[in-house]
Design a protein around this ligand. Structure first.
Ligand SMILES: [Zn+2]
Ligand SMILES: [Zn+2]
Length: 106
């Protein structure tokens, strides 16, 4: 069974609509997710459903393995999540080390 939850985030349930005041509208993406509909009757009845809605920007972001910040912009380097900020730092560092290595070799 599919349930259209409209502007709600399929992962955290927050309202991603423009007027929600939560500022989640900007980077939301359409999303479908498995969910469970629970009916509280004489004993709970769980019905597996597919939720159609959006994924808010916070649920899309992922923790950087370098700085621990939740980021949207990241690269996967050797299986590690590296945000664009840390990625730049690492690049600068390795350029620096290349330079040191070159001097060493001369
Ligand atoms: Zn969310
Ligand atoms: Zn980072």
């Amino acid at each position: 069974m599919e349930i259209d939850i409209g502007d709600l985030c399929t992962h955290c349930g927050r309202d991603t609509s423009f007027g929600s005041g939560e500022l989640l509208f900007a980077n939301r993406i359409p999303s479908g997710a498995d969910g469970t509909l629970v009916l509280h009757g004489g004993g709970d009845i769980n019905i597996l459903v597919v939720l159609n809605g959006y994924m808010c920007v916070e649920c899309q972001s992922i923790e950087c393995d370098e700085c621990g910040n939740k980021v949207l912009d990241y690269n996967i380097d050797d299986g590690r999540i590296i945000c664009s900020d840390c990625g730049d730092e690492i690049k600068v560092e390795s350029e620096y080390f290349d330079e040191v290595k070159r001097q060493w070799e001369e």
